[in-house]
Design a protein around this ligand. Sequence first.
Ligand code: ADP
Ligand code: MN
Length: 342
Amino acid sequence: MNIKNCKKLKRQAAGHDGPLTDPDEMLLFKPSNKQEIDFYEQLAVREVKENTNDVPFQDWTPTFLGVLQENSDQINDKNDGILAEEMGAFLHENKTANAQSDGKTYLVLENLLYGYVRPNVLDIKLGRVLWDHTADEEKKKRLNDVSKSSTSGSLGFRICGMNISANRATFDLDAKYQVPQDDSHIFINKYYGRELSGSNVIDAFDLFFGDDKLSAQNRQELIDMFLKRLQLFYNTLLNEEVRMVSSSLLFIYECDATRWANLSQNQELIHPHISYDSDSDEASSEDNLTASTSKKKELSRMSLIDFAHTKFAPGSGVDDNVIEGVESLIKIFEKLKTKYTI
Ligand code: ADP
Ligand code: MN
């Protein structure tokens, strides 16, 4: 496999035009900065806290597979079709990045959309304050203005963008917010979310969960699962000393009714990281297989992404800036739950 064979990620919900995926769409290559790479590297070696029943912080993030330097030696594709093994092969071949390279540095993550047929994707940016110490005065002012004039300031989160299958609600939505994609998918741009207020932000969730291809019961289940995930995530954050700036919650769910019909039993709230131990013995390759098989059964997921301005901050207490946003989301999902109950 070569980075040059990679293609643009499909169904991107927001952010910069940069994420790539391999031909099998299992991996995600994101042009990244040192802060984000450092954060993922710390996550990978972090001990899971004992004496707590909380979902560990790292379980909310995509599996981290390594770093790839453009122009460095490329990797061979073992092409065995098993996600975990492909990832293992990838890491194995890429342990050393070329320090002399002047190409881009890519963060290599699992592609969260792998296994989905028709994913609806929503990017929710967390936090009232959207800049960190690296921002210059101009950027601070610009981001303060965005925060003040949007739900970032009032609720602590903002709808950053979506990539969704056309539904009844998208027909009624002003064309200026929509960019048609292939296969009757629609990209909802950042201006949609910026113009929402506390009184109508719930409409964004009706738009996102409004897919007519799913039954009312499926949608009720989805709302219920995302509410539970938000509550669990809230508990995780209460025990973490982290400072997140401009990180997002990525909501993903399947809109393909056939996959729902076949897989809707026993859906998991949290999805474990995919094991990518390349020197795996027999036992762990079984685990690998389990992880990659369970991925193909997944119908929805909530994941925490984008750590380009995020760091662990031991001794600094909980991250109020982000916790408020999660509280607001929980309140909205409680309302949605009442609304979607059949
Ligand atoms: P940016 O710094 O450009 O905002 P993000 O990390 O927020 O970068 O990613 C931008 C978009 O790319 C997200 O909104 C999401 O749609 C997509 N994306 C990011 N990471 C993943 C992933 N691991 N799997 C699938 N899609 C992803
Ligand atoms: Mn982002």
